[in-house]
Design a binder for this molecule. Structure first.
Ligand code: IPE
Ligand code: IPE
Ligand code: MG
Length: 251
C-alpha cells in the first residue's frame, strides 16, 4: 500500500541517490525577459532543460522524476501565454513520447485533465498506455495539478467507493486514492527560479521531503545544477521526528 512506501516509516540513507525527485520548474519567463525575448521562448528552452533532466536522472539511477509543468492557478495567465503553453505541450508529446518509450521510461500525468483539449487528453492517454510497462524511470508530469485538488479528489473518491469511511478514515485509507499512489514520496524537492514556496504542488507527498531552492532559472538548470542539488541532499540528516542520536544507534 502506498503509505507503507512512505519514506517517513524508515530512515533512508541520504548518502544514496534520491529515489524520487520532484521539481517546480520556475523562471522560464525571467530567463526570456533577461534576453529581451518573448516569454514563450523561455518555455521552449525549458523543454530542452526537461529533456536533459530526464536523461540525467535516468543515468544516475533516480527511479521517479516528477515535474510541475502547469498549475491549476496558471490558467490565470494571459490567454496567449496559456494557449502557447498548450501548443508546446502537444508538440512535446508528439515528438518525445516515442523517445521516452525507447529509453524505457514510463510516462504519467497527474492533474485534472478534463480542462484540456480532447487532442491533448488523447496524446496523454496514448503516451501513458504505450509506456505503461517501462521500469527504468517513471516520469510524472503535473499538469493542471494542485495539491489541494489532489487531496480533495482522493477524499471524494474514497467516500464514494467506501461508504464505511464516512464515519472517519485513516491515512492508509486515503493514500491509495491520491494521484501519485504508485510512487514513494519525494526524497528531494527542488524549486528553481529563486522563489521559496510550494505553490500548491504536492502537498501531502512533500510532508518529509528535503527542500532545495536555487536561484538558477529553469532553462539554465543543467547536469551540474542537478548534481549540486543531489549533493546538498546527500549532506542532510533525515530524522522523521527522531533524534540525531537515535539515528546513530541504528546506523
Ligand atoms: C515556469 O516559469 C513555467 C510555468 C509556470 C509554466 P514561469 O513562466 O513561471 O517563469 P517566471 O517565474 O515568470 O520567470
Ligand atoms: C509554479 O510556478 C507552477 C509551475 C512551475 C508549473 P509559478 O511561477 O506559476 O508559481 P507562482 O504563482 O509564482 O507561485
Ligand atoms: Mg514563475
Amino acid at each position: 500500500m502506498a503509505l507503507f512506501n512512505s519514506s517517513t516509516r524508515k530512515v533512508p540513507d541520504t548518502g544514496a541517490i534520491p529515489k524520487h525527485i520532484a521539481i517546480i520548474m520556475d523562471g522560464n519567463g525571467r530567463w526570456a525577459k533577461r534576453r529581451l525575448m518573448p516569454r514563450i521562448e523561455g518555455h521552449r528552452r525549458g523543454v530542452e532543460a526537461v529533456r536533459a533532466a530526464i536523461r540525467d536522472c535516468a543515468e544516475k539511477g533516480v527511479e521517479y522524476l516528477t515535474l510541475f509543468a502547469f498549475s491549476s492557478e496558471n490558467w490565470r495567465r494571459p490567454e496567449e501565454e496559456v494557449s502557447l503553453l498548450m501548443q508546446l505541450f502537444v508538440m512535446a508529446l508528439e515528438r518525445e513520447v516515442v523517445k521516452l518509450h525507447e529509453n524505457e521510461i514510463r510516462f504519467r500525468v497527474i492533474g485534472d485533465l478534463s480542462r484540456f483539449e480532447p487532442r491533448l487528453q488523447q496524446l496523454i492517454r496514448d503516451g501513458e498506455r504505450l509506456t505503461a510497462n517501462n521500469t527504468r524511470l517513471t516520469l510524472t508530469i503535473a499538469a493542471n495539478y494542485g495539491g489541494r485538488w489532489d487531496i480533495m479528489q482522493a477524499a471524494n473518491r474514497l467516500l464514494a467507493e467506501r461508504p464505511d469511511c464516512a464515519q472517519g478514515f485513516k491515512e492508509e485509507d486515503l493514500a491509495p486514492y491520491l494521484s501519485m499512489a504508485y510512487a514513494p514520496e519525494p526524497d528531494l524537492f527542488i524549486r528553481t527560479g529563486g522563489e521559496q514556496r510550494i505553490s500548491n504542488f504536492l502537498l501531502w507527498q512533500l510532508a518529509y521531503s528535503e527542500l532545495y531552492f536555487t536561484e538558477t532559472l529553469w532553462p539554465d538548470f543543467n547536469t551540474q545544477a542537478l548534481e549540486a542539488a543531489i549533493a546538498s541532499y546527500q549532506n542532510r540528516e533525515r530524522r522523521f521526528g527522531r533524534t540525531s542520536e537515535q539515528l546513530k544507534e541504528h546506523a
